[in-house]
Design a protein around this ligand. Structure first.
Ligand code: NAD
Length: 504
């Protein structure tokens, strides 16, 4: 399939410019690797200009962005409408670059992006502070003011959705943004910049620097002109981000890896579990921080559930990502495919029971891209690297447990703590387990539904802070206490501590 080659390069002060480096990377279709789909400008030398644009737009507030909350509300609301109007074009672009199926983009990423923009449009004029009259009659007023310039560094698996999640609350709060999308998936970040501008955002409010993370990300972190870094990506990168952000004490929000358990008790509705487990493990090709990649199941029902889930997996259709009938598409890159295949090879070398899948697909369209069979590995012990490490691909492991205590111990036996599912018809048991599992999100009798009204973020090495909901606004707002003296006369009792008795 041939597609026209588009150019995506730094978008600064409302203009997509030629990169100062003069360099472009080629991006190929992950489902058809001979097909070049884009030239991506290396913005390594444009970080300073992007940061300056955002800084000036904030500090000068010439456009009224910082002070006019109604302007911000209108822009975000219009942007949501434009995302909906352009939904099919955006969905196609997102799938083409990432390898996620067109149904995933059309039914998931794009409408959810519009909802996020809409949600924070509604928050822009409700950034209430508060006040208190003190017992001496004075008044303290707490103002909430935007922090300043936000760097949003995003991964390749949900390029538009995660960028919206990180930046819509920042924009609602009155901050300005420099976005750094993943090197291989810059397209919809540039589109979001254009959409915001069309919706009325003044130039400089939302800037994008395309290109490699090691140089651009590092530069953003060094800049004293950036106040907040919101990063989504690997835990190892997140640790580096936190260290580098310390040099100028930037606020840091981190959404990192996950190794999420679905805990299934024998009294659960197994038909529903089988659907949700299959969906949760293989949605977005399994390239999701929220993937329910560990199935923990009570001993008596393990065999039955493994058979049910395996049958569902056998029915999944892997194919080209823009094909309406594909349930899974190609993985995002050769590098990602090789990483996933290494884990599958480890399953074989560890002598584990690979019940379904376990191979790179070949023949026909499969030879053209990075297609891996959805895979289920039964009886995976907690000592296996497949149990402990984030694979970030279509691989589901199964481990059995005896009782509630063992289920919780297994669920918590990784460094991650992003999400979990608990399945039981006994609501008290489900609640007990939900409380004990160390995860930022626990789904009870469902899996992987994540509206903007649900907070998202991790315990342990899955991150710091929460995105989504009104909680996310906190990252972008400062509290300022203004103390107003209401009393008459030149002295106050506390001045006497220094001025002494004689002057009072
Ligand atoms: P990554 O850490 O490799 O890259 C993320 C972003 O950081 C990219 O834009 C990259 O260019 C940039 N980057 C790379 N090196 C950098 C550096 N030294 N300094 C600053 N920025 C740098 O992650 P990825 O491979 O794009 O995404 C996959 C990972 O993201 C997985 O671990 C996944 O679990 C995680 N993730 C987490 C969530 C969540 O909500 N918790 C959501 C999606 C993805």
């Amino acid at each position: 399939m041939s597609t026209s080659v588009q150019r995506f390069s730094p978008y600064i002060n409302g203009v997509m410019m030629e990169p100062s480096s003069g360099k472009f990377f080629q991006r190929f279709d992950p489902g058809d690797k001979g097909n070049m789909i884009a030239l991506v400008g290396d913005g390594s030398r444009d970080v300073g200009a992007a940061v300056d644009a955002a800084r000036e737009a904030f500090d000068g507030d010439r456009s009224g962005w910082v002070s006019d909350y109604r302007l911000r509300a209108r822009v975000l609301l219009r942007a949501a409408d434009i995302v909906r109007e352009r939904a099919s074009e955006l969905a196609r672009l997102e799938s083409l670059f990432t390898g996620k199926t067109i149904r995933t983009s059309r039914l998931g990423d794009i409408p959810r992006t519009a909802e996020i923009l809409e949600f924070y449009a509604g928050a822009a004029d409700k950034l209430l502070g508060y006040s208190q009259q003190l017992r001496n009659g004075d008044v303290t007023v707490l103002l909430r003011q935007p922090v300043g310039v936000v760097a949003a560094i995003t991964p390749w698996n949900f390029p538009l959705l995660i960028l919206a999640r990180q930046t819509a609350p920042a924009l609602a709060a009155g901050c300005t943004v420099v976005a750094k999308p993943a090197t291989i998936t810059p397209a919809t970040a540039i589109e979001l910049a254009k959409i915001l501008e069309k919706a009325g955002a003044p130039p400089g409010i939302f800037n994008v620097v395309t290109g490699p993370g090691e140089t651009i990300g590092a530069e953003l972190l060094k800049s004293p002109k950036i106040d907040v870094v919101n990063f989504t990506g690997e835990t190892t990168t997140g640790k580096m981000i936190m260290q580098n952000a310390a040099s100028s004490l930037k606020r840091v929000v981190l959404e990192l890896g996950g190794k999420n358990p679905n805990i299934v008790f024998e009294d659960a509705d197994l038909e529903q579990v089988a659907n949700a487990v299959t969906y949760g493990a293989f949605a977005n090709n399994g390239e999701s921080c929220a993937a329910g990649s560990r199935l923990l199941v009570q001993r008596n029902v393990r065999k039955k559930l493994v058979e049910m889930v395996s049958n569902k997996i056998r029915g999944l259709r892997v194919g080209y990502q823009l094909d309406e009938t594909s349930d899974l598409g190609p993985l995002v890159s050769q590098q990602q495919m090789e990483k996933v295949l290494e884990y599958v090879a480890a399953a074989f070398s560890e002598g584990l029971d690979v019940v379904v899948g376990g191979r790179r697909l070949s023949g026909g369209v499969f030879d053209k891209g990075f297609y891996v069979e959805p895979t289920l590995v039964d009886q995976t012990p907690p000592t296996s690297k497949l149990f402990r490490e984030e694979i970030f691909g279509p691989v589901l492991t199964v481990t059995e447990f005896e009782n509630e205590e063992e289920a919780v111990a297994l669920a918590n036996a990784t460094v991650y703590g992003l999400a979990a599912g608990v399945w039981s018809n006994d609501s008290r048991k489900a609640m007990r387990v939900a409380e004990k599992v160390k995860a930022g999100t626990v789904w009870v009798n469902t899996y992987y539904t994540l509206p903007v009204e649900q907070p998202w973020g991790g315990f342990k090495e899955s991150g710091i802070g929460r995105n989504n909901t009104i909680l996310a606004l906190e990252h972008y707002l400062e509290w300022k206490g203004v103390y107003i003296d209401t009393q008459k006369g030149p002295m106050r009792p506390y001045y006497g501590i220094v001025l002494g008795q004689k002057q009072s």
